[in-house]
Design a protein around this ligand. Structure first.
Ligand SMILES: C[S@@+](CC[C@H](N)C(=O)[O-])C[C@H]1O[C@@H](n2cnc3c(N)ncnc32)[C@H](O)[C@@H]1O
Length: 224
């Protein structure tokens, strides 16, 4: 059975939507998170090697946290498309676009595990702490692969448990924190799925005891 039609998947989607709608209304907390992660997001965007005029996809865009950085990378001739499941997040992202008067940024409310975005369309895709909060990491990563043009890259900023060393003693607490606040999917590993679906994947940077990392995956020029 297709996992996306299972009742467990639907329940997870609904829970995720409720959780992110809740956070979308906590703007001051979100502002703190945004400032705190700006350098990680900047590092992830730089991995995309975007050029002026390119079209960029932001998967699980939340309140549009990455739009400014992506806009800088594609210029006024390029386009940015943000996708998110949560209506509250899409509302915040749309407000941000309107406040700045960005004419080349659009949002789509959609489930990233079933992206209706066509194939070979984007010059780069970004997802910051978003793939691991979807209920089907494999489907999300495969959809990103399909949506990218041959030769394009997918960069992620992701969270995971402490991978090695004494810090692993903190993992039960960290896991609980991720699940309660971020609806973390503990059944699938984002990097494993990037390696599986793409033609190459590398962790380029890890920080905070290895619990946060930036990885980039590439779609070969001729596709798989
Ligand atoms: C931790 S927030 C990150 C938001 C933004 N990328 C950022 O860095 O500020 C995770 C986002 O993923 C979105 N999300 C979760 N599951 C999703 C799904 N199945 N499809 C699309 N977006 C999803 C949530 O609604 C939320 O906005």
């Amino acid at each position: 059975m297709d996992r996306r039609t299972s009742s467990k998947h639907q329940e997870q989607l609904e829970r995720s939507q409720r959780k992110w709608d809740f956070w979308s209304a906590r703007e001051s907390l979100w502002g703190f998170y945004e400032r705190d992660t700006r350098e990680f997001r900047r590092a992830a965007v730089s991995q995309l090697h975007l050029e002026q005029g390119d079209v960029a996809l932001d998967i699980g865009c939340g309140p549009g946290t990455n739009f400014e950085l992506l806009r800088e990378a594609v210029g006024s001739e390029g386009r940015v498309v943000g996708v998110d499941l949560s209506p509250g997040m899409i509302e915040r992202a749309t407000e941000r676009i309107e406040t700045h008067g960005w004419e080349n940024v659009e949002t789509i409310r959609a489930d990233a595990t079933a992206l209706p975005l066509g194939t070979d369309r984007f010059d780069g895709a970004l997802a910051t702490t978003a793939v691991s909060s979807t209920p089907d990491v494999r489907a999300t990563v495969e959809n990103a692969y399909g949506a990218l043009k041959p030769g394009a890259r997918f960069a992620v900023h992701e969270i995971r448990l402490v991978p090695s060393g004494l810090g692993r003693v903190l993992n039960p607490l960290i896991e609980r924190f991720y699940r309660v606040f971020g609806n973390w999917n503990d059944e699938e590993d984002v990097f494993t799925e990037l390696e599986r679906a793409f033609d190459g994947a590398t962790v380029v940077e890890a920080f905070a005891l290895g619990t946060n990392y930036i990885a980039v995956a590439n779609k070969a020029d001729e596709g798989k």
